[in-house]
Design a protein around this ligand. Sequence first.
Ligand code: VAH
Length: 313
Amino acid sequence: KILVIGAAGQLGSELTKSLSDMYGGESVIATDLNESAKSKFDYCQFKALDIMDQDTARNLIKNENVTQIYHLAAVLSAVGEKKPLFAWDLNMQSLLFVLEIAREFKLNKVYWPSSIAVFGPNTPKVNTPQYCVKEPNTVYGISKQAGERWCEYYFQKYNVDVRSLRYPGLIGYKSLPGGGTTDYAVDIYHKALAGEKFDCFLREDSFLPMMYMPDAIKATLDLMHAPSESVKIRSSYNLASMSFSPKEIYQSILKHHPDFKIEYHPDFRQSIADSWPDSVDDSCAQKDWGWQPDFDLDKMTEDILTNLPNFSF
Ligand code: VAH
């Protein structure tokens, strides 16, 4: 069975559905901190689980014959800066627990998301290479960089088949904006559809690598289904699809909502965004397991503005 930790999060809520569609709901156990998330998972099994409660997690994994874990629970960049030690503790202790369980129970595979947040202010900003200087200055980024080192260590030392992607900012319409620095690009669509002015917390020219959620799901499943010997990078793969600025996503929406208004009021999240790349080189992912994105900015805008009005949270 496949265990999804943090299934009610932005990535989890869509990835869990794709996994259930692919393997059958009876093969997927969605878990999240809040029991209230149960209502979102009528298509698979659901268990409330605090991943910091390692005894309960261990019993669940043993009793349910879990063979794969998608560990998606984490404190994201903006919230992490408000609770640094909590973010470090949750992000790292939960990953180490999952890697240790995978070693001990000889699980088939583990998936763990990394992020462009592993790159820092002195990383090359344009077409950031797979291998480069990484001095992240957010707790989230530090935890992702350390997590990548642990994933590679468990693969090399214990042959744990753990796989990872450095996601760009993920944009989807099936979850509300969360604690991420890139979540302005989720919120902007809600404001456009509500006919409200959008108050953007980044400068209009803040370019960031971004990806539409269907592409992120495709990349994750392509990586997890690739033969083990094709997965040559066991820290985490750079992954890219597009880069845009707040001004560009605003202009993409204007084509559909000509009266939409935006104002820019950068806050503490501007310095987080400034520490990340403008664009990323994902040629290793293309070469090793055939990565190719489907969505560009206008295609994403069209899809979100069409589907968001009918989506019930
Ligand atoms: C965040 N959405 O903003 C996440 C992501 C690259 C950004 O890691 O923290």
